[in-house]
Design a protein around this ligand. Sequence first.
Ligand code: SME
Length: 169
Amino acid sequence: MADAFAFDRNAPRKARYDQLDMQCLALLSDADPVANQANFAALVHMAFGWHWVGFYRVVKDELVLGPFQGPVACTRLFKDRGVCALAWARNEAVVVQDVDAFPGHVMCSAVSRSELVVPVRDAQGQVRAVFDVDSAVVADFEQEDADRLQRLIDTVAERLIDEPLPGHA
Ligand code: SME
């Protein structure tokens, strides 16, 4: 099954986003959001090989670790501290070119040098999770990366989260 999903790692990043878009729609056909988050993280990791990619889920007033690819990571993140919390609070993608220059950056891995965090929103526009990407390279992300990942996540968000919010049906 995994062989059906592959990327040309020598292709320019834009072409790999195009491949990611197509493969993602084929991959996320299941109704289970945890399974889909896991495969989404794996697919993005296959496409770009970034140091760490994965989800933090909004649980009450914290962000709790979800499916990911990469080294072990912080289990919980708190409001008002770090890049993930900022993307959650702003409800918009955040690009950090140099994590050492970002006040309050939460370091889960000393290898991470730059970071991109994209909100995962429900149909009401409420942030239900964030998708976090850490690179071992300084300034690895441009606005184009934020735009492409945000567009894809907006397209498949209903497959990545429970809809409606559990307990609010
Ligand atoms: N650096 C993030 C924490 C999560 S890890 O990078 C996986 C932050 O500042 O929110």
